[in-house]
Design a protein around this ligand. Structure first.
Ligand SMILES: Nc1ncnc2c1ncn2[C@@H]1O[C@H](COP(=O)(O)OP(=O)(O)OP(=O)(O)O)[C@@H](O)[C@H]1O
Ligand SMILES: [Mg+2]
Length: 739
């Protein structure tokens, strides 16, 4: 066994040795042939170097142009067989020309050496030039084919090629001056815009509108994002100070330049965000409209949409821990909107939160119905009651006995004539009794709807409910009658205390005035913003009104959804930037719904959270839903290792090779000629590598973002981009103007 092994090993090593020798022989033969060709055909070799140099420099440029694409094969690598065929073709043509046409031309190419040593009749003619061109081209093609062959054979991992770039001096220089680098292409883009605007060049303006210059890529090229990609939504996670708000400025600038409506909801309420927005907008002659807790713009969240839309919009106010109570609150919301809408014709109501607040009080609702009934029955509040004295006289029981005889006595066994006589007597008696009762024993009193107890009020309205219109009656039944089987007909009102308290809290707070549309000079209306291409900043002071931000943001998202649904119905599409800065304070499923459904109408959702962990905390797997629904990801500096890994994984891997080498250190000075101890042997295996390694995310600088694009029509490799600061650029322009 051992012998066999030994023998086998011996055989193997012998075979390897033979193969190696065979390789070396092949290499030596090839080298000898090449040297011989070079020596023999040297004039053509000299000329052939010219196309080789040209092609090599073109190839280098091609490589540089696609430096960001690890899978890109430069044209030299792609065109190996073409150059081989070209070299073959030239060889045949050259041989034919040499034998049949211009042998003297070919020979005269050697006039410099060695033929100048001989006494020869050859001279330089046009044939020499022709032969040099033909021969040189043939040799050039052969040299190019050879270098294509060599570059194809070279085994280099993509990682190593990438490292060569990222460790280059140019790359490091760009990175060191990233803010400056990010502005490298700004002037050109702006100049093109200003000129197109001045000339009224619509085509150019449309071209510029269709892309946004983000800044410069890590490879020193301008980096654009297509406006149409934004429509598939953008997620920009980055730690505090990583430059998210600076990035958002790019969208504000684009909206200001090209009249695109934009709404920015700022979850933090940072003053600087607004100031910078205003600086940018005014540079392009635009205004920013502002909805803040201290501003004068009003918002009527229930202005548009049917009752279901409103119910969804206000559901954040209706939510309680108990599903049971939440449903009751939703039903009350629904019913109250229907009530306001139904009565709007007769009362001239205009929907508002204050009206909702008012008509969540059952007495006010009963008043509404009562007023309608009163129009048809003015004495509805006048009732007759038995006077207190009549009880003493015992009139009540008498009436009761009459009614009883009327209702309960069985008259079937009495003979017909007797029956008639008896009925006649009853009627007489009843008449007498009634006239007797109408006198001092009963009194008419007028009830006061303000003080009457709720139950009696309800009974009174119900008694005359047949005087309501069918729609009014339907609402009355929905709000009260349906719940008679419960403890009381006011069940909806009694179980929706949380909703009522939340609405009261919102409207009774300092913010309340923002929701009063009465006499509003300016109103926040998503539909109008879209129609008039406005730029709007929306924010509440995050530190004081953190709870209300959630409510407000959700209402606005429903407004956006409603706007989108209207656009769908009209079959229209128009870009609309909706930016959600710091959304972790207000994101919920409604947003995901918006992201999902609003693509078709041109809505571009841009989300800039600090960490995905904050969004994860919101539950319902909102983080995953959000990541799954956006198609452009821009990852900034991230502090959490877990999150770095998460983004890295989500951006995927590429197939590469891994090369290993053995270390071969020899004793003495035998390897003194080698620059390192890397041996000749090594291994190669396929590996998967991260397209963006977590370390790369760790090392991101302020204002540097890794951009992954899934919505682009072209395949654009994921790479990092130095984002330009629009406000810095504008400040610089204005300073220069002052000078
Ligand atoms: N691309 C950039 N060019 C120049 N300066 C930048 C750039 N990005 C960020 N900065 C600088 O960093 C500061 C913080 O950036 P920014 O406010 O955009 O960060 P942020 O991610 O929004 O932070 P936060 O989460 O705290 O709101 C800016 O005031 C600006 O000075
Ligand atoms: Mg910010």
């Amino acid at each position: 066994m051992q012998e066999n092994n030994l023998f086998g090993w011996y055989n193997n090593s012998n075979q390897n040795q033979k193969e190696k020798e065979k390789e070396q022989n092949k290499y030596k033969t090839l080298l000898t042939v090449a040297v011989l060709i070079g020596v023999v055909l040297y004039p053509f070799l000299f000329v052939g170097v010219i196309p080789l140099v040209i092609v090599m420099s073109l190839d280098k440029k091609d490589q540089a142009a696609h430096i960001d694409d690890m899978n890109y094969k430069s044209f030299l690598k792609r065109g190996g067989s073409f150059f081989m065929a070209l070299a073959g073709g030239f060889a045949i043509v050259n041989i034919a020309c040499f034998i049949l046409l211009i042998p003297r031309g070919y020979f005269s190419c050697y006039l410099l050496f060695p033929l100048n040593l001989l006494d020869t009749a050859l001279i330089f003619t046009y044939q020499t030039v022709l032969a040099l061109v033909m021969g040189g081209s043939g040799m050039g093609a052969a040299l190019i084919a050879f270098s294509a062959f060599v570059s194809k054979r070279r085994v280099v991992s993509k990682e190593d090629e990438r490292l060569k770039v990222t460790q280059s001096k140019d790359y490091e220089e760009r990175r060191k001056n990233s803010f400056q680098e990010s502005q490298r292409f700004t002037e050109e883009e702006e100049a093109a815009y200003q000129e197109a605007k001045r000339k009224g060049d619509v085509e150019k303006l449309l071209e510029l509108r269709s892309r946004i210059l983000l800044g410069a890529s890590e490879f020193g090229k301008p980096y654009y994002l297509c406006t149409s990609e934004l429509n598939k939504h953008v997620l920009i996670p980055g730690t505090t100070g990583s430059g998210k708000t600076t990035l958002i400025q790019l969208f504000v600038q684009h909206a200001a330049k090209f009249d695109i409506p934009l709404v920015l909801i700022d979850g933090k309420g940072a003053r600087a965000t607004l100031t910078e927005m205003e600086t940018i907008a005014s540079f392009y002659g635009r205004k920013v409209r502002v909805f803040t807790d201290t501003g004068h713009m009003k918002y009527n969240p229930i202005k548009h949409g049917n009752e279901v839309v409103i119910e969804n919009k206000l559901v954040a106010l209706a939510k309680t821990e108990s599903e049971y109570y939440t449903i009751a609150a939703k039903l009350l919301l629904l019913g109250t909107v229907q009530l306001i809408d139904t009565f709007s014709e007769v009362t001239g109501f205009k929907r508002s939160l204050f009206l909702m607040q008012k008509y969540m009080m059952p007495r006010k609702v009963l008043d509404l119905f009562a007023k309608e009934i009163w129009k048809k029955k003015p004495d509805m509040f006048v009732i007759e009651v038995v006077a207190k004295t009549s009880n003493k006289k015992g009139k009540g029981p008498k009436k009761e006995s009459i009614e009883l005889s009327d209702d309960t006595e069985d008259t079937s066994s009495i003979a017909e004539p007797q029956k008639k006589e008896r009925e006649g007597m009853d009627r007489q008696l009843r008449k007498r009794m009634e006239s007797f009762e109408e006198q001092p024993e009963t009194e008419r009193i007028r009830l006061d709807p303000k003080t009457i107890d709720l139950d009696s009020y309800y009974q009174l309205v119900k008694r005359y409910s047949n005087l309501l219109t069918p729609q009014q009656l339907r609402i009355f039944e929905r709000l009260f009658v349906r719940y008679e089987h419960k403890e009381n007909p006011f069940y909806l009102y009694a179980t929706s205390e949380a909703l009522q308290s939340n609405i009261n809290m919102l409207l009774d707070s300092e913010l309340g005035r923002l929701f009063d549309p009465e006499g509003a000079e300016e109103e926040l209306d998503i539909g109008e913003i879209a129609k008039n291409n406005e730029i709007v900043y929306i924010s509440l002071n995050g530190l004081i009104y953190s709870e209300f931000i959630v409510v407000l943001a959700q209402m606005l998202v429903h407004d956006i959804n409603y706007y989108a649904s209207e656009m769908y119905i009209q079959g229209e599409e128009k870009p609309f930037f909706a930016i959600f800065d710091e959304p972790a304070s207000y994101l919920n499923e409604a947003f995901i719904d918006t992201v999902n459904k609003t693509r078709g109408v041109g809505l571009c959702g841009i989300f800039t959270p600090q960490t995905m962990a904050d969004i994860k905390k919101l539950g319902d797997q909102i983080d995953e839903q959000l990541v799954g629904n956006v198609n452009t990801l821009m990852v900034g500096k991230t502090n959490s290792p877990l999150e770095r890994e998460y983004w890295s994984k989500s951006m995927g891997t590429y197939q590469d090779i891994e090369l290993t080498s053995v270390v071969q250190q020899e004793a003495g000075y035998s390897d003194v000629g080698k620059s390192d101890w890397t041996g000749e042997k090594g291994t190669k295996r396929n590996v998967d590598r991260f397209i963006v390694h977590p370390n790369k995310i760790r090392k991101l600088k302020q204002g540097e973002y890794i951009v992954e694009r899934k919505a682009s029509s072209k395949e654009i490799p994921t790479q990092s981009v130095y984002i330009r600061s629009v406000s810095d650029w504008i400040k610089k322009q204005e300073n220069e103007k002052k000078k």
